[in-house]
Write a protein that binds this ligand. Structure first.
Ligand code: GLP
Length: 260
């Protein structure tokens, strides 16, 4: 794991966008795994800015979104489909046919999951999976006790996660109980991963993910088993880590050819 810690979310998102931009220069037809949530918004803004200024091209990119609520209409303002279009897809030149988003209204969700995984395979696998993290350490909607090798499937949200979503749905009782998500096994299969976390609320989950034991009680800790993970943090999210001076020292001393 490589940790990139900056004072604020904006500064670290600029570096994260540069990382994606380098990747697309090396592989213009890359397959990117996108995540919804508040955390990636500054990153997506930066990608949109780079696109508008002609520094990045998504015309050959294929996108797979990580997760979705079950039973929620795709046009619902709180759906992850709505989110991804609003914050990214409708502002860049990614072809519509290359955009894949789990369908929470599918009548046969297990079959839909199989087809979604097949589509990832056919596209050549995910080159870079972008991830956020929940306060209890979930990535995607892989809540605690998710199998560390899980495939795409439905999950039941924890009461804590449903509480976190209450404002977006106008009350906890309106938050869907079930979701569909790529599994931790799918995340491990991506060639590269980047995890973003901002704010003090995420500090405990980040400390346990990066420096704690690998355990399904902290699903994001499975990233310790992945060969290429970059963790982008603002200072508050990094505040409970033990080894920040080491991570900063590594980042500052990167050889020229490894810089972003
Ligand atoms: C949700 C999503 C995750 C996301 C996490 C954090 O549960 N399924 O993919 O990373 O919450 O969300 P936020 O970035 O809004 O804090």
């Amino acid at each position: 794991m490589e940790l990139i810690i900056q004072s604020d979310a904006q500064a670290v998102s600029v570096i994260a966008a540069r990382y994606i931009s380098h990747l697309l220069r090396e592989k213009p037809n890359a397959v990117l795994g996108f995540v919804a949530g508040q955390t990636p918004i500054p990153l997506y803004k930066e990608l949109v800015r780079k696109f508008r200024e002609g520094h990045i091209d998504f015309s050959r990119v294929t996108a797979f979104s990580l997760d979705e609520f079950v039973g929620l209409s795709p046009d619902h303002p709180a759906s992850y489909r709505s989110f991804m279009f609003k914050h990214l897809f409708e502002h860049i030149n990614i072809p519509q046919k290359n955009i894949h988003i789990p369908d929470g209204m599918a009548t046969d969700i297990p079959e839909h999951c199989r087809q979604y995984e097949d589509a990832i395979q056919k596209a050549g696998g995910i080159d870079l999976q972008i991830l956020g993290i929940g306060v209890e350490g979930h990535i995607g909607f892989n809540e605690p006790t998710s199998s560390l090798s899980s495939p795409m499937r439905t999950k039941t949200l924890t009461p804590r996660t449903r509480r976190d979503f209450a404002p977006q749905f106008g009350g906890e009782e309106r938050v869907p109980r079930y979701v569909v998500t790529l599994g931790l096994g799918n995340v491990l299969a991506a060639r590269k991963c980047m995890l973003l976390a901002f704010g003090k609320r995420k500090a405990n989950a980040i400390a346990r993910t990066v420096e704690g034991p690998v355990t399904s009680m902290m699903p994001a800790s499975v990233l310790q088993m992945h060969p290429v993970v970059k963790v982008f943090l603002d200072a508050p999210a990094a505040s409970l880590l033990q080894n920040t001076s080491y991570y900063d020292w590594v980042f500052e001393g990167k050889p020229e050819w490894q810089k972003y």
